[in-house]
Design a binder for this molecule. Structure first.
Ligand code: GLU
Length: 468
């Protein structure tokens, strides 16, 4: 591949379940690499295995990609739709002598394997048809197998792993086209990557062995081999390979837990890739910095503490209106009630005092309770305790001061502080019942922010509600 060719990357997920967090990370790496270089990023749904693929899983992939903000060029390609083209290539390999028709039946292959096992030989199937004169072929169903070299080695030049050498006697003459005419996955991947003009294949290192076999097809067709970058898989916090046991495997789960897409992009980019000591960065910075050289050789570990800390920083740094949109996506993903139009407006007004120190969107919505709820304000047990008769008369005395105050946050603070001083009580003593009246809770944003966001009429109405 020439260094000057425009970069084309792809993500090629198999639609067999939810969208795995590892797939999201691989997609992100490919997206960053291409988009950061003005290249193309493609999406191919690898649905050749019809029995395991489902339309729901495809939809989950499309939704997950959209949520993550990983836009792809053109339409998503369905691998199964390319089956005729895969077959065509298999026949071209036959024609150029790099593949052959194999008439061995499943039963014969089994016998071969058992005999080999008993004799302590390699059980890799060696077809008796490899060098047979086609003139003597029977009129029977056949598979098309690639002729793998039997001696020497195949070297995968991998950008992450370095040169990986595989002994050719460990490669079998793999089937490219089955006797029923359907292509194998190994053939389909190579044909599609070639036809889609993919220049860089960035994917999990569980595909490293496949690369050696896929190389056979590239060689047979004399196609340029893409740049390979096999990235170490994500491990759990305990250092073991990610499994159900670790929980949170699906992208959707992260959305439903209240992690915004910007934070996920930052966090997933750092999962196996680094740029100096940078932990918190924007997507624009990631696009500028991302390079294959920054990918590490050892598996990255999921770290929810780090995710939470990055999330807090991203929430604080996000524009108010954009955060409201993120929140709406979160509520839908978490199956929670959507925001009304009025709530959207007040939430955007309140955002300035909510977004600092919220570790995720669920915490953010919780902090927003005071402006999303409506009168009469329901009191939680702790909050109700601060509304005794002494508190009630304090609030009643405060009311006229608020009626005349100019309604901005700082002035409200001056007015309330001045009042508490005139009463010879600490501000805290007054803030407690005020908090209860405005929010019905003990943990809220500052009372001045709440009053400012709610406005004069609503604030006074909430106070009147708790004054006997
Ligand atoms: N379909 C494969 C998977 O979901 C990816 C194949 C590839 O990236 O080459 O693991």
């Amino acid at each position: 591949m020439s260094d000057t060719a425009p970069v084309v990357t792809r993500i090629a997920p198999s639609p067999t379940g939810f969208m795995h967090i590892g797939t999201a990370r691989t997609a992100l790496f490919n997206w960053l690499y291409a988009r950061g270089r003005g290249g193309k990023f493609l999406l191919r749904i690898e649905d050749t295995d019809a029995a395991r693929s489902s339309p729901e899983a495809t939809q989950a992939i499309l939704d997950g990609m959209r949520w993550m903000g990983l836009d792809w060029d053109g339409d998503a390609v369905s691998q199964s739709a390319n089956a005729p083209r895969h077959a065509e290539v298999a026949h071209q390999m036959l024609a150029n002598g790099s593949a052959y028709k194999c008439f061995s039946t499943q039963a014969e292959i089994e016998v071969f394997r058992e005999t080999a096992r008993a004799a302590g030989h390699s059980t890799l199937f060696q077809s008796p048809w490899r060098d047979v004169d086609p003139a003597t072929h029977p009129a029977a169903p056949f598979a098309i197998r690639v002729k793998a070299p039997t001696e020497g080695t195949t070297v995968i030049r991998d950008t992450v792993q370095g040169d990986v050498t595989i002994r050719n006697d460990h490669l079998d003459d793999m089937i490219c086209l089955r006797s029923d005419g359907t292509p194998t996955y190994m053939l389909a991947v190579v044909v599609d990557d070639h036809d889609m003009g993919v220049t860089h294949v960035i994917r999990g290192d569980d595909h490293l062995n496949n690369a050696a076999r896929q190389m056979l097809v590239y060689r047979a067709m004399e196609w340029a081999v893409p740049v390979w970058a096999h990235i170490p898989l994500i491990h759990g916090e305990d250092g073991k390979k990610l499994s159900k046991r670790h929980g949170a495997l699906g992208v959707h789960e992260y959305q439903a837990m209240g992690y915004p897409a910007s934070a996920m992009r930052n966090y997933l980019a750092r999962l196996g890739w680094s740029h100096g000591d940078d932990e918190f960065f924007t997507t624009a910075q990631a696009l500028e910095w991302f390079d294959l050289g920054g990918i590490g050789k050892s598996p990255a570990r999921l770290d929810f503490k780090k995710l939470a800390s990055l999330t807090g920083q991203h929430i604080a740094a996000t524009e108010d209106a954009a955060l409201v949109t993120e929140l709406q996506g979160y509520l839908a993903a978490a199956d929670l009630a959507p925001l009304s139009d009025t709530q959207v407006i007040v939430l955007e007004r309140a955002m300035y005092c909510l977004k600092e120190r919220a570790k995720n969107l669920s915490e953010l919505i919780d902090k927003a309770h005071f402006c999303l709820t409506s009168r009469p304000i329901e009191q939680d047990v702790k909050s109700a305790k601060s509304l005794d008769s002494a508190a009630s008369s304090l609030l009643s005395e405060l009311t006229p001061h608020l009626q005349n105050a100019s309604w901005d946050r700082d002035n409200l603070e001056v007015v309330v502080a001045g009042f508490s001083e005139s009463k010879g009580i600490g501000l805290g003593k007054l803030a407690q019942p005020l908090r209860a009246a405005l929010a019905g809770r003990t943990a809220t944003p500052s009372v001045f922010d709440m009053m400012h966001v709610l406005g004069r009429d609503e604030t006074l109405a909430r106070l009147a509600d708790v004054i006997d």
